[in-house]
Design a protein around this ligand. Structure first.
Ligand code: SAM
Ligand code: SF4
Length: 371
């Protein structure tokens, strides 16, 4: 059967060679299977190696608090989940994890948490940023992922040492956004978009991303998500499969979901297509991939990702930061995690960029051209 989306386009090979893509072409690529999929993944690997090289950069992930004021319908640590024991890791624990990262040549850490905007939380993050810079001779790069904040807060944290920020849009389709979030002021689609604008204005390398395989999500939504990232001119992306969690409202739609393997394959296709669409950005291999396939993150590295986030969260807290079921590495300490990743990455044929920040090339160009 002739693929309806291919009308007017000679063939798959021809789409693969393009630098710009229509929505219909993106859908063809995202949906590819079999021989065509092999071609897509081969092409994205070539583009990655040509544009950002064969190096993988480590960002030590510290999930420093699971206390959240929001109730996203998919997330295991949402405010309404009373089964979760809430924690704020102690300053010393966070700083120890940073020290480990620095001494082991990770060059960067990611501080991630639930979303809070109280003055006490804003102050705490600010103080931590300064202490991390101090303990590492100003050397550790710091990415934040602490949700929506005011422009003033983003600026303050930037001045105190954070230089990258991850804020996933989750879905760029407003209607779908409100199917996976409560429809109220605390979960406003417009505010999330505004926050992404604030991050750019404050000077960060800006990262966003989406969940792949959500209930109600279509291939057209996913193509629009990629176009959204292109239009926003992001510097980094972290996107991965949606994974259900029993204690969340979205769990009721689990029968609508694709199989986990299909979500996994689709997520890899999305990474590959994004690499073609935005060749010089940094793309993280999402931890959620590993919850489906033990070699999931390495597979993402092979087809377009170039950043990986080894988990440095103190082990005692990991059980309580379960965004979804089967979250990997719950009992691996930082040392084990590093050894395991090193071996896996070498197996995947890539080199680890120890002691290098590995900034987004896209961001560097953006700064040079003043955009
Ligand atoms: N609270 C901040 C925020 O929401 O931006 C940062 C931490 S939040 C836990 C980080 C990401 O986890 C979210 O952006 C979301 O995409 C992802 N996440 C949450 N629940 C998930 C699930 N069930 N499956 C896959 N990813 C999930
Ligand atoms: Fe909170 Fe982030 Fe989870 Fe939403 S996704 S409930 S903001 S931790």
């Amino acid at each position: 059967m002739v693929n309806f989306y291919l009308r007017g386009v000679n063939n798959f090979q021809e789409i693969l060679k393009r630098k710009t893509f229509s929505k219909e072409e993106l859908i063809v690529l995202i949906r590819s299977k079999g021989e065509e999929r092999i071609q897509l993944l081969k092409r994205s690997q070539e583009v990655k190696n040509r544009e950002v090289g064969n190096k993988v950069y480590f960002r030590g992930l510290i999930e420093f608090s699971n206390i959240c004021s929001k109730d996203c319908l998919y997330c295991g640590i949402r405010k309404g989940n009373e089964k979760v024991l809430r924690y704020h890791a102690k300053d010393e624990e966070i700083l120890d994890a940073c020290r480990f990262a620095w001494k082991n040549g990770f060059a960067s850490v990611v501080l991630q948490s639930g979303e809070l905007s109280s003055p006490a939380f804003v102050d705490r993050v600010d103080t931590l940023l300064k202490k991390i810079k101090q303990l590492s001779n100003n050397e550790l790069g710091i990415t934040l992922s602490c949700g929506e904040q005011t422009l003033e807060t983003y600026k303050r944290w930037f001045e105190s040492g954070a230089h990258r920020y991850l804020l996933r849009i989750e879905s760029s389709n407003r209607e779908l956004y409100y199917k996976i979030h409560p429809k109220n002021d605390d979960h406003s689609f417009e505010k999330r978009i505004e926050a992404l604008g604030f991050l750019k204005e404050a000077g960060y390398q800006v990262g966003t991303g989406v969940m792949i395989g959500l209930p109600f999500q279509t291939y057209e939504d996913l193509a629009n998500d990629l176009l959204f990232m292109k239009k926003l001119d992001i510097d980094m992306c972290g996107m991965g499969p949606y994974l259900e969690h029993e204690d969340t409202p979205l769990y009721q739609y689990r029968n609508m979901l694709m199989s986990k393997q299909e979500r996994f394959n689709l997520a890899l296709n999305m990474v590959a297509v994004l690499r073609l669409l935005m060749p010089d950005i940094n793309i993280a291999a999402a931890t959620a991939l590993q919850a489906i396939d033990p070699a999931g993150r390495e597979k993402a590295l092979a087809v377009g990702a170039n950043v990986i986030m080894p988990n440095l969260t103190p082990c005692e807290y990991r059980e309580e930061y379960q965004l979804y079921e089967n979250k990997p590495c719950l009992d691996e300490d930082a040392e084990l995690c590093r050894n395991c990743l090193e071996a896996r990455i070498e197996l995947a044929g890539a080199e680890i960029g120890y002691n290098e920040w590995g900034d987004s090339r896209h961001f560097i160009k953006r700064m040079q051209t003043g955009k």
